[in-house]
Design a protein around this ligand. Sequence first.
Ligand code: ZN
Length: 151
Amino acid sequence: MLSFFKLNEAVKLKSQEEQDIKDILKKLPKSHAKLISGFELTLEPNNGLKGDKKHVGFIHKKKIHVAAPWNFSRCHVFCHEVAHMVWQELMTPELKKEWKSVCKKMGVPKDIETDPEELFAHAYACHYCTHKAHTYFHKVSDDFIKQKIPH
Ligand SMILES: [Zn+2]
């Protein structure tokens, strides 16, 4: 069953997953959570997205879809999508340039991911999720997320 709700303070909780989303929103900087206030979140039941088996999440036009992937937590996918908004709204051109040099030091195998924005979104998710996705967790990127992103 699809579950969707508007992301805001007054959301009525219908499931444990919705509570989980509220809990992770509390862990994010308020200015980041605010970026997705009023967005419609859909938690999809399968490994990939409906009609798009290659992706596990997307954010577009005030809608966020999060699949239930095998290799990542939903929390990781959700935070990854939030990070795309952070990248778009809060990262200055200077910070993006600095981030690109961090990417070179991360050591993520190039066949896995090379796009700086995608690497940023993964590193962001690793920083805020309790259980880190090992492939994308590196001290150099975690320090950047902790110290450089505007809050
Ligand atoms: Zn992404």
